[in-house]
Design a protein around this ligand. Structure first.
Ligand SMILES: N[C@@H](CCC(=O)N[C@@H](CS)C(=O)NCC(=O)O)C(=O)O
Length: 247
């Protein structure tokens, strides 16, 4: 692959199963084809030590967390706020783009650059936020015992429906700019906006929060990603990835 930089750091992705870490593993697998090396530590979502391991690198204990090893044994660098540690998916992906590529994911046109920036933000700020709301309201009743479980379920159903309606607007905003000429959220070519969007869309599809047939271009985007060899390998590398059950 053209546009790869000499690798000065080896990233280790701390990947909690069925998590946003897929957004880090997928682009790294795209770059692995060109020789970029990385390591992965797989942590079961309900594992006794999972949060201990994540928190040992960053106090928030979220997945993905990425640590960096300098290839030449150079001193640690504080790229964010802790030496050799990266967090926040969007910023992790930006680091990969800046440090491991010569701009292969930077859109060619100004129009695509603006669109790419918009959808990177939209993926986390709007799409995943709304999906997380629905998920939370679905999970609350499952944590309660009868009869509270059923009473709470009845209470949360209208709230869930309200959020589902909000999601239709979000999906339409995603559907409209996708076209044969610009099939990616980053525009003409695949880019950071696409990597940032996949986890939310996997949750939406696998948990039944979207009827893909209503959004043909979004469906095409989604299926293209699912068929992409690097994405398939990323799921294999992560070992467990099930957004329906969060195994
Ligand atoms: N803002 C972070 C959020 C990461 C995040 O919430 N990851 C979830 C998994 S998808 C997690 O670690 N959850 C564990 C928890 O909240 O305790 C990012 O975008 O990377």
């Amino acid at each position: 692959m053209a546009g790869i930089k000499q690798q000065k750091t080896i990233p280790t992705v701390y990947n909690m199963s069925s998590s946003k870490a897929i957004s880090a593993l997928w682009p790294l697998e795209e770059l692995a084809d060109a020789g970029i090396k990385y390591k992965v530590v797989n942590l079961p979502r309900r594992g006794a030590d999972t949060y201990k391991v994540l928190k040992s690198h960053f106090p928030l204990g979220k997945s993905p967390t990425v640590t960096l090893e300098h290839v030449g044994g150079e001193a640690e660098v504080t790229y964010q706020i802790m030496p050799n540690v990266l967090t926040e998916t969007r910023l992790i992906l930006q680091f990969f783009s800046d440090h491991y590529t010569d701009g292969v994911w930077v859109p060619e046109s100004e129009e695509d650059k603006r669109r790419d920036t918009f959808f990177q933000e939209f993926a986390h700020g709007s799409l995943i936020t709304k999906i997380d709301h629905i998920l939370t309201f679905e999970v609350i009743p499952t944590m309660l015992f009868f009869p509270m479980r059923y009473l709470t379920l009845l209470m949360v159903l209208p709230i869930r429906m309200h959020f589902m309606k909000d999601l239709t607007v979000i999906y339409q905003i995603m559907e409209d700019p996708l076209s044969e000429e610009k099939p990616w959220f980053s525009g003409k070519n695949i880019g950071l906006a696409d990597f940032n969007t996949i986890f939310a869309m996997d949750m939406a599809v696998q948990r039944g929060y979207i009827q893909l047939e209503k959004y043909p271009m979004l469906a095409k985007w989604y299926n293209t990603v699912q068929d992409r060899p690097a994405y398939k390998r990323a799921k294999e590398v992560g070992e467990v990835y099930d957004c329906a059950t969060f195994a």
